[in-house]
Design a protein around this ligand. Structure first.
Ligand SMILES: CC(C)=CCC/C(C)=C/CC/C(C)=C/COP(=O)(O)OP(=O)(O)O
Length: 326
């Protein structure tokens, strides 16, 4: 197959992976012009597959080997165009790649051409993509954080690095709004951690730092109690306040974006900020089950699509700032 049609086919695959993911973010991709939307699908498919390797039902040692191979494949593909079949297999990985999880080998062959095209077209530093893999790799080795700084570093890798890559696709006015982009990633990831807090705890993963549990006289096992006690609710409320402040700082990304990126950024920000509001409405509930946005809320957010011509001029709703500052 000629290289142009390999790339076209690869974009078809990443669009399908993104569409089928059911992600809260996918709807916002439609606010971008086609070339940028395709690039977002390539980035999303890459992050989705990375996450799926880390979450698959195989022993941690094996997941780590697959992630190592995935990291090396990404680096070699993006930096030196090395075909996926030529990437050496690390010791302990089965030669029969059909036994690999989630069809990893096939996925790699399918998505790398689109990812390579996207990173070159939009000059996305390879470093950000490798950082995303590093975050998921770290998650295999360490499922607890002692301090908030350690949690921040993890969130930087799995979320802020995604945001920094997005900024290259959306286009921004230099200089890169690094602090705001990092805070936005932290805000999203903290929201995600709060939403999934009970599911993750059942799977032995606790992301909120021990330092914060200790401040409330709690230990991590308290997360597994069927009836969350008031101290746990206070801990969750503290994290909600922290996340709200990060959303305000993260919103400053908007100022640096051009007209293509603003609607999508705004919708992503509003979707996850709304999710945080849902969590805040009943912090006790989130300690025992995952909270979702209602279909009506999702439809409301989608309807902003029809405001596209004026959307990029909308400022952040003042209520968000007031709430976060409170
Ligand atoms: C500057 C900037 C834009 C920063 C933010 C970067 C960003 C988009 C981070 C995503 C982190 C996150 C919570 C992913 C979950 O995705 P998912 O598809 O699993 O989400 P879902 O479970 O809510 O559907």
């Amino acid at each position: 197959m000629r290289s142009a049609s390999i790339t076209t086919d690869s974009y078809r695959r990443v669009r399908r992976i993104s569409r089928r993911s059911g992600s809260n973010f996918y709807r916002s991709f439609w606010l971008l012009p086609r070339e940028k939307r395709n690039a977002m699908c390539a980035l999303y498919a890459f992050a989705r597959i990375t996450d799926d390797i880390g979450d698959c039902d195989e022993p941690a040692a094996l997941r780590t080997r697959w992630l190592d191979w995935w990291r090396q494949t990404t680096a070699l593909n993006l930096i030196s165009d090395t075909p996926v079949d030529h990437v050496p297999l690390s010791p302990g990985l089965a030669d029969d790649t059909s036994d690999w999880p989630i069809d990893l080998f096939r996925h790699a062959k399918e998505i790398m051409p689109a990812l390579r095209d996207t990173t070159r077209r939009f000059q996305i530093p390879t470093r950000y993509l490798l950082e995303i893999v590093d975050g998921v790799l770290a998650d295999q080795q360490k499922t607890r954080f002692d301090t908030y700084e350690q949690l921040e570093h993890y969130c930087y890798l799995v979320a802020s690095a995604v945001g920094l890559a997005c900024l290259h696709i959306w286009e921004f006015d230099a200089p890169l709004p690094m602090r705001a982009a990092v805070d936005c990633g932290l805000a999203f990831q903290l929201t995600n951690i709060l939403r999934d807090i009970s599911e993750d705890a059942q799977r032995g993963r606790i992301y909120l730092p021990r330092q914060h549990f200790a401040q409330h006289g709690l230990c991590e096992d308290d997360l597994l109690e069927p009836r969350p006690d008031d101290r746990l609710v206070c801990l969750i409320e503290d994290e909600i306040r922290r996340a709200k402040t990060l959303y305000v700082s993260g919103w400053q990304v908007w100022d640096s974006l051009g007209p293509d990126g603003r609607p999508m950024f705004s919708m992503m920000w509003r979707t996850y900020r709304r999710l945080l509001d849902r969590i805040a409405e009943n912090p006790r509930a989130v300690a025992t089950r995952r909270v979702e946005l209602s279909t009506a809320t999702k439809l409301g957010l989608v309807s902003q699509h029809f405001l596209k011509p004026i959307f990029h001029r909308l400022p952040v709703p003042p209520i968000e700032v007031t709430e976060a500052g409170a």
